[in-house]
Design a protein around this ligand. Structure first.
Ligand SMILES: [Zn+2]
Ligand SMILES: [Zn+2]
Length: 155
């Protein structure tokens, strides 16, 4: 099930790039897959590690960073600045509009859920900031808490 879903996302990305002339190289495809398969956000180091394990080939961390930057530009993945880890964009579509993605991050199992906060709420935040003499240059939000699964497993 998940495998099919991953293949579909990769096919979509391939289609998109076929039109724009950008190549979804083997390395890019593999790293996208690693991000999609993982249940938790991964650091560049962890991605390089999984790459070695999964494909029996080593990949320099610099290359991983370059590819992650490309993904970021293309809205295929996001970087969580609070943890320096990467997650695939949950929109996976050609029409991703997540210029300012927001995340819920579980402090226990580390899963990150991409959510959409309404423009009105984001506008309100900006207004409050402006009033305080602050101009926001990045409105990615990372909210920490506990996910339902972890709340359930709490004694
Ligand atoms: Zn996104
Ligand atoms: Zn959790």
């Amino acid at each position: 099930m998940k495998e099919q879903w991953i293949e579909r996302i990769i096919e979509q990305a391939k289609d998109k790039y076929a039109r724009t002339g950008v190549r979804l190289t083997t390395k890019r495809k593999r790293i996208l897959k690693i991000l999609l398969v993982s249940d938790i956000p991964l650091s560049a180091y962890e991605i390089a590690d999984s790459y070695n394990n999964a494909f029996g080939e080593s990949i320099p961390e610099m290359t991983v960073y370059r590819i992650l930057n490309f993904f970021e530009q293309e809205h295929l993945s996001h970087k969580l600045s609070s943890t320096n880890k990467y997650v695939p964009c949950s929109h996976h579509s050609n029409s991703c509009t997540c210029e300012a993605p927001q995340f819920l991050i579980c402090g226990k199992c580390q899963t990150a859920e991409e959510i959409s906060i309404s423009k009105a709420v984001m506008g309100e935040l900006e207004k409050v900031a402006l009033k305080a003499g602050y101009s926001l240059d990045e409105s990615q939000l990372e909210l920490k808490g506990l996910c339902n699964k972890c709340i359930g497993s709490e004694e």
